[in-house]
Write a protein that binds this ligand. Structure first.
Ligand SMILES: NC(=O)C1=CN([C@@H]2O[C@H](COP(=O)(O)OP(=O)(O)OC[C@H]3O[C@@H](n4cnc5c(N)ncnc54)[C@H](O)[C@@H]3O)[C@@H](O)[C@H]2O)C=CC1
Ligand SMILES: CC(=O)C(=O)O
Ligand SMILES: [Mg+2]
Length: 371
């Protein structure tokens, strides 16, 4: 199969769909790989390294979209990329469709086979192609939050860990999945007081066993969320209902009663965000203020540490990339129910139930297209 890797064009996005070792893996199995010139230049992956791994370097994205049977990317296709997709072409990348009606309409119109990293499941449960980026974003969330608590960044002027004789800050983490537990690990490391909320008591039980009375675990409901965020200095939003728009757990009214100069980091913003006051921002202009509360809502946080993130992402994506290239999408999906869960849009149909429900499309099960 001819596999194409365009350079990412989202704001401050320096990750690449395939690393040179991943190219080597595909080429070794008889596939051809086209990489757009400079695709990895910003993170130290040169055209020469890609060529040495067996890729052909091409000048522009247009040629890649025209020639490739499968496009491998990182972020959701931007409008000009959607316009270049064609019927039957495989798109393998993050999509986050539920909060994005325009992109969904463009992918439906394209007739392409659109497989979303974030809804591919794993034999051991969980979302193994989302997990590495959630590890990165969860860890970064505390870094970003701590930095924006500084006065010059709009925050209240608080050091998360405090100092001897001065109490630490209070970090509230909503959602104790991969983002939440990685944020928790970092927050505990700073010396902050930490509360974590989730709907899963089993998950809270695991965290209690690890951290003991160093943290507070709270069952997530509207009352507990309100009480926690009103006393918080930093709130991390890390909830997920796979494939669906994030539930708005922190209301505008709660935000209006939070401490002035507090910070919220809505990591779940790529699924629409779990604060009613959130909207997506970019690394170039990451924050805005609502009722005195600083909101950090960058939808591609791992793009800031693109070198680490590219390698972590490829560790998780290359296996399915090889299967898709070697078997074609129909056979690869028929043989692997977890990869099949990644199919969101194909041949003009929405094949993921939560996306169809949230955006008002008819849901067409993937199986009906695999015969
Ligand atoms: N902004 C960015 O750059 C990035 C965003 N993300 C996003 O972060 C979000 C979280 O991802 P993961 O941690 O990997 O998901 P996950 O599935 O590991 O964890 C989600 C957690 O939310 C919990 N949850 C669901 N409903 C809840 C509720 N009402 N109250 C409290 N907890 C609730 C679940 O029980 C689960 O433990 C996703 O939307 C993901 O796409 C991930 C990576 C980067
Ligand atoms: C998961 C995601 O949105 C990202 O890595 O940018
Ligand atoms: Mg989007």
């Amino acid at each position: 199969m001819l596999v194409g890797v365009p350079k990412e064009i989202k704001n401050h996005e320096y990750r690449v769909g395939l690393t040179p070792p991943s190219v080597h893996e595909l080429v070794g199995r008889g596939h051809q790989v086209l990489v757009q010139t400079g695709a990895g230049a910003e993170i130290g992956l040169s055209d020469e390294q890609y060529t040495a791994a067996g890729a052909s370097i091409v000048a522009g994205a247009k040629e890649i979209f025209e020639r490739a049977d499968m496009i491998v990317k990182v972020k959701e296709p931007q409008p000009q990329e959607c316009a270049m997709l064609r019927e039957g072409q495989i798109l393998y990348t993050y999509l986050h469709l539920a909060p994005d009606p325009e992109q969904t309409a463009a992918l439906v119109k394209s007739g392409a086979i659109c497989i979303a990293y974030e809804t591919i499941t794993g034999p051991g449960g969980g979302l193994p192609l989302l997990a590495p980026m959630s590890e990165v974003a969860g860890r970064m969330a505390i870094q970003a939050g701590a930095s924006h608590l500084e006065k010059s960044k709009g925050g209240m002027g608080l050091l998360l860990g405090g100092v001897p004789g001065v109490a630490p800050g209070h970090v509230v983490i909503i959602g104790a999945g991969v983002v939440g537990t990685n944020a928790l690990q970092m927050a505990v490391g700073t010396g902050a007081r930490v509360s974590v909320l989730d709907k899963s008591v089993d998950r809270l039980r695991q965290l209690d066993l690890i951290y003991g009375n160093r943290i507070s675990t709270l069952y997530s409901n509207a009352h507990a969320i309100e009480e926690a965020v009103l006393s918080a200095d930093l709130v991390i939003g890390g909830v997920l209902v796979p494939g669906a728009a994030a539930p708005k757990l922190v209301t505008r009214s709660m935000v209006s009663r939070m401490k002035k100069g507090a910070v919220v980091v809505d990591v779940a913003i790529d699924q629409g965000g779990c604060f009613e006051t959130s909207h997506a921002t970019t690394h170039a202009d990451p924050t805005f203020v609502v009722d005195g509360v600083v909101h950090y809502c960058v939808a591609n946080m791992p793009g800031a540490v693109a070198r680490t993130s590219t390698f972590a992402l490829n560790n998780a994506t290359i296996g399915h990339a090889v299967a898709l290239a070697t078997k074609g999408w129909r056979q690869a999906l028929r043989e692997d129910p977890h990869l099949k869960n990644g199919l969101n849009v194909a041949q003009g149909k929405v094949t993921y139930a939560a996306v169809a429900k949230d955006l008002g499309y008819d849901y067409v099960p993937a199986d009906t297209l695999l015969a």
